[in-house]
Ligand binder design. Structure first.
Ligand code: ZN
Length: 75
């Protein structure tokens, strides 16, 4: 469900969020799906994906609703 890194092919990718965090955003971060990037200054050219393995930023396709509904994380 996560996009693959175009550089190394890893599925260990994170959704990059910008701007003011919402409740959904915090839940995504808590589950290790997303990270906050770049602070509050948004230029419109941000990539929305970050590779957790090689650090590449890229544009990926995310189905965040599906990820949120994918079930409870292991606690
Ligand atoms: Zn990568």
């Amino acid at each position: 469900m996560r996009p693959k890194c175009p550089r190394c092919g890893s599925c260990n990718t994170l959704y990059l969020m910008y701007g003011y965090p919402t409740d959904d955003a915090f839940e995504l971060v808590e589950r290790g799906i997303a990270v906050f990037g770049g602070g509050c200054l948004v230029t419109g050219n941000e990539k929305d994906s970050l590779c957790g393995d090689c650090g590449k930023e890229f544009d990926g396709e995310w189905d965040l609703d599906a990820l949120l509904e994918a079930g409870e994380p292991d606690r």
